[in-house]
Design a protein around this ligand. Structure first.
Ligand code: FES
Length: 132
């Protein structure tokens, strides 16, 4: 089992002051590994890596299906913040729903969804390096 890139969990307070799970993960080759145990309390986590400029929102949709959204605004590449209903970019006010779909301009493109693969004990978030 490859553990080098496996994540650790830390508490996080998000912009809405509700607690969330921040998962620290090392980028290993072209993937981030997030263990299933990260979803013990919630069906979503925010994944952070020192090698990446932007966090990744990772949501468990079913037992074998996860959605990963790069938390980078599609307008001018600033970080977006998680809200109770989706994401907001405080730079110019763009808003996105929880699937990363644009609700409010100036952004005109949805947030980037990253491919995920469910492994035996973890979820792999796949990257192509120009994405991060
Ligand atoms: S950079 Fe996000 S709205 Fe402009």
């Amino acid at each position: 089992m490859a553990c080098a890139g496996m994540a650790t969990m830390l508490p996080l307070l998000n912009g809405c002051s509700s607690s969330a799970q921040l998962v620290q993960a090392a980028l290993s080759e072209d993937e981030l590994q997030v263990p299933f145990t990260a979803f013990a309390e919630k069906d979503w986590v925010i994944v952070r890596s020192k090698q990446m400029e932007f966090d990744v929102f990772l949501k468990k949709e079913t037992a074998d299906s996860y959605k990963a959204i790069l938390m980078r605004c599609s307008h001018r590449n600033n970080p977006v913040q998680r809200t109770s209903t989706g994401f907001v970019c405080h730079e110019h006010g763009s808003r996105f729903n929880s699937d990363g779909v644009v609700l409010t301009e100036p952004a005109s493109k949805n947030l980037t969804e990253l491919p995920t693969i469910v492994k035996e004990t973890y979820v792999s978030i796949k990257f192509r390096l120009p994405q991060i």
